[in-house]
Design a protein around this ligand. Structure first.
Ligand code: GLN
Length: 360
């Protein structure tokens, strides 16, 4: 099968076609060496084309219990070598895939030129021009203004917490949540109500919310206007938590700003320094935007050792805690799982705060 990958600027790379189809998206890379099932089902990769820099992908098969959602999210997959088992899965999912190209070159291009638009054409009779046509039609990430709609639940879902743990109710705003975030909260005893990304203040008020939690998700945080409004409304009234896109949305809502990074952070060994404990943890990451200015309300409590970008934002008085990386791991290290304990620890002070508001 022929395969062509057209990069922003018009350079076309030839590859071996594994799964046929034509598509486009933002070309990004992850350096994770395991965890392809988790990455490929992570909704934050929606509208992107995922390149694996690790040369062999699929060597331990495909198991559904490792999926982070019910489908593959990247529009296409690029690797040096894909196993037949992964190819079969991607074929079932209608996700075009290519291999046998020099991914070292491609990753170098992305590191130098930044995450870029790309077009992909795979099939018996495809041409370079087909890939270039896809590239022409490719939108930038921030132009996907309805991306929340593509990944969020349509109707609320309830996930019961384990017996004997923390007695708390978390309202999770689903901007494209990974399943492991719900699992991490359920395992600690918390019930989780998952609401659509555009839930209103009234929707949230109809739940018994001890913590309002903003999930990870794809695209530009500025396109999640309804969620930004929710955070603006509930900050100080209920404890707030956020992961990845969630951190960016919380920052946007509370006077901070976000910006697009050159090629982002995607991998499972990103070092993060905690300024309070003076300790470094290894983290899993998958983001192309970052908080630029945190604003007056939020304090940067953790930063990336490689490039100083904010990795953790807190406001102890208002009970707000967010992380840019993925404490739930999957894939990657479990060093920061205690984030979920810290989030649920805020529920004690929640009672006091709600009473104060009610008395006012
Ligand atoms: N994993 C995420 O939540 C990603 C957040 C956002 N879409 C970004 O690229 O920065």
């Amino acid at each position: 099968m022929d395969a062509y990958v057209a990069l922003e600027g018009g350079h076309v790379v030839e590859a071996r076609g594994r799964v046929p189809g034509s598509t486009r998206g933002e070309l990004v890379f992850t350096t994770a060496y395991t965890g392809y099932e988790e990455s490929l089902t992570d909704p934050s990769y929606e509208e992107q084309v995922l390149t694996f820099s690790y040369p062999l992908i699929g060597n331990y098969g495909v198991r559904e219990d490792r999926f982070e959602s019910d489908r593959v999210h990247p529009n296409a997959v690029v690797a040096r070598e894909l196993t037949d088992e992964v190819v079969e899965w991607l074929d079932e999912e209608d996700t075009p895939a290519v291999d046998h190209l020099d991914t070292r070159d491609l990753v170098t291009d992305i590191r130098e030129g930044g995450a870029m638009k790309c077009g992909i054409a795979v099939g018996e009779d495809v041409t370079e021009q087909d890939a270039l046509d896809e590239l022409d039609a490719c939108k930038g990430m921030s132009e996907h203004t309805e991306i929340g709609e593509q990944v969020s639940v349509d109707e609320p879902e309830h996930h019961e917490g384990a017996e004997g743990g923390v007695d708390a109710s978390v309202t999770l705003i689903d901007c494209g949540a990974k399943g492991s975030i719900v699992d991490s909260l359920n395992e600690r005893g918390a019930d989780v109500d998952v609401l659509p990304h555009d839930a209103s203040v009234e929707d949230v008020e109809s739940y018994d919310t001890d913590v309002l939690f903003i999930s990870n998700g794809p695209g530009d945080p500025a396109n999640f206007e309804a969620t930004i409004e929710l955070v603006d409304h509930f900050a100080g009234e209920v404890p707030l938590a956020g992961i990845c896109l969630g951190q960016q949305i919380v920052a946007e809502a509370l006077g901070g700003t976000t910006e697009k990074m050159d090629f982002g952070h995607r991998g499972v060994n990103q070092p993060v320094m905690d300024v309070r404990t003076n300790q470094v943890v290894m983290t899993t990451q998958n983001h192309g935007y970052t908080v630029d200015e945190p604003g007056e309300t939020l304090e940067v409590t953790q930063f990336n050792v490689n490039d100083d970008t904010p990795e953790g934002l807190d406001n102890d008085e208002l009970d707000i805690i967010t992380r840019q990386y993925h404490p739930e791991a999957n894939p990657g290290p479990n060093d920061s799982l205690d984030f979920f304990d810290d989030v649920l620890a805020m529920t004690d002070s929640a009672a006091t705060q709600t009473t104060v508001t009610a008395d006012d």
